[in-house]
Design a binder for this molecule. Sequence first.
Ligand code: FAD
Ligand code: NAD
Length: 164
Amino acid sequence: VTPLHMRKALGRFASGVTIVTTAECEDEASVHGMTANAFTSVSLDPPLVLVSIANRARMNERIRETGRYGVSILAGDQEPLSLHFAGAAHQPDLVRFVWRKGVPLLEGALVHLACTVVDSHPAGDHTLHVGRVERLWYDDGHPLVFYTGTFRSLELQGRDDPWG
Ligand code: FAD
Ligand code: NAD
C-alpha cells in the first residue's frame, strides 16, 4: 500500500471540511488555524470529538501548548478560507474570528465546537487529539464537502432545514 494509493482510496470517502483553531489567550495575535478533514465525532456521553494532525504541522505543537482547540465546520461558500488555512492561497482579509469559551472560531461556519484536550495519541505520522466539547453552536445551511481532492457544495434539494 503506497501513500498515493491511500490518498486515492481515502479521497473517495466524502467528508466535510473544518478549520481547527487554537490560541494562548483571547488575543487575535496568538491565534493559529489550519484546515482539517480528519475530524470525527467520538462519543455523546461524555461529548468527545477527534482531530488527526500531522506531526510536522505547526498546529500539533500549538495544541500541546494550549490544551484546547476549536473546530469550525465550514459552509459551502467557505472554500477560500479552507485554501487559506491549508497554506494554498493567501486570503487574510476573509478571516474573522468569534470567541467561545476562550477559543477562536471562524465567522460564517455552520458549526462551532470549543474543546478541551483530554487525550493525545501518537499514530504514525499524525497525532490524534481527543477533545471534550465544552460548548457548541450550530446553524442551518449547506456544508462544504471534500471528495477526490476537490471541493463540492452539498445541495439539499431546496430544503432550508436539512432535517426536514
Ligand atoms: P501553517 O501552514 O503555517 O498555517 C496554515 C495557514 O493558515 C497559513 O497560510 C497561515 O497563514 C494561516 N493562518 C494560521 N493562523 C492564522 C491566523 N491567526 N490568521 C490568519 N491566517 C492564519 N492536515 C492535517 O494534519 N490533518 C488534516 O485533517 C488535514 N486535512 C486537510 C483537508 C484539506 C481539504 C486540505 C486542503 C488540507 C488538509 N490538511 C490536513 C493539510 C493542512 O491544512 C496543511 O498542511 C496546513 O498548512 C498545516 O498547517 P500548519 O499548522 O503547519 O500551519
Ligand atoms: P488528497 O488527494 O491528498 O487527499 C485525499 C485523501 O487522502 C484525504 O481526504 C485524506 O483522507 C488522505 N490524505 C491526504 N494526505 C494525507 C496525509 N498527509 N495524511 C493522511 N491522510 C492524507 O487531496 P489534496 O487536495 O491533494 O490535498 C491537499 C493537501 O492537503 C495535501 O498536501 C494533502 O496531503 C493535505 N491533506 C492532509 C490530510 C491529513 O493530513 N489528514 C487530509 C487531507 C489533505
